[in-house]
Write a protein that binds this ligand. Structure first.
Ligand SMILES: [Zn+2]
Ligand SMILES: [Zn+2]
Length: 210
């Protein structure tokens, strides 16, 4: 894992130690650092998986793909961010950003993604972004900006939907309690811990009052 860029985004390198294959989740910024991390692992990078396409999750793709010709996987409902809105956000925030090509593969609810012998199921959990997905498997969930330790992703951004967010948190909260959650920002947690301490997962708070 490496935290990159002005938005302190977490990029995860998943390595299957039995086959030495690897996948990069959300290469958000500092592409050169991420290339170094992949090389240092000694693993063969196979793909880039995106939880969603906000600028802080895709800004490192162009550089990574200059070194590794691997396909970018994204849920199609996040295409507007990928193709236009993230570039616009970069201008707005005044941060450097290189538009990546792709995406190359579409993600859908229930897809089974493999990284060597590791298996992850795609769970479509919109709200923070319309095409946000969590990669669930091997006792882990790479859930992007769905939730953070003690908090949840913003739902006041363009294309956000607080009602979808509530439904997604309910679904995600039903995962086994020992599931280790690796969020897009901040430290790792578990679903059980969040159900105990995160008001949005404990049912004490909603993304928006109905
Ligand atoms: Zn986001
Ligand atoms: Zn983010």
């Amino acid at each position: 894992m490496r935290t990159v860029g002005p938005f302190q985004e977490n990029c995860y390198l998943i390595v299957d130690e039995t086959t030495n294959r690897a996948v990069l989740v959300d290469p958000g910024d500092e592409g050169e650092e991420l290339v170094r991390m992949v090389r240092a692992s000694g693993a063969d990078l196979e793909a880039i998986w995106l939880t969603h396409a906000h600028i802080d999750h895709i800004g490192g793709i162009a550089e990574v793909r200059r070194h590794f010709d691997v396909p970018v996987h994204l849920h199609p409902l996040d295409l507007p961010y990928y193709t236009q809105l993230s570039a616009r956000a970069a201008q707005m925030y005044g941060v450097s950003y290189e538009q990546p090509d792709g995406p190359h593969r579409e993600l859908a609810e229930g897809d089974v993604m493999t990284c060597g012998s590791l298996r992850f199921t795609v769970m479509h959990v919109p709200g923070h972004a319309p095409g946000l997905v969590s990669f669930n498997g091997e006792g882990c969930a790479f859930s992007g900006d769905l939730l953070f330790a003690g908090s949840i992703g913003r739902t006041d951004l363009p294309l956000s939907n607080p009602f979808d967010m509530d439904a997604s948190l309910d679904r995600f909260g039903a995962l086994p309690g020992e599931t280790r959650v690796y969020p897009g920002h901040g430290g790792a947690t578990t679903t059980a811990e969040e159900k105990r301490s995160n008001p949005f997962l404990a049912g004490r708070a909603r993304a928006l009052k109905r």
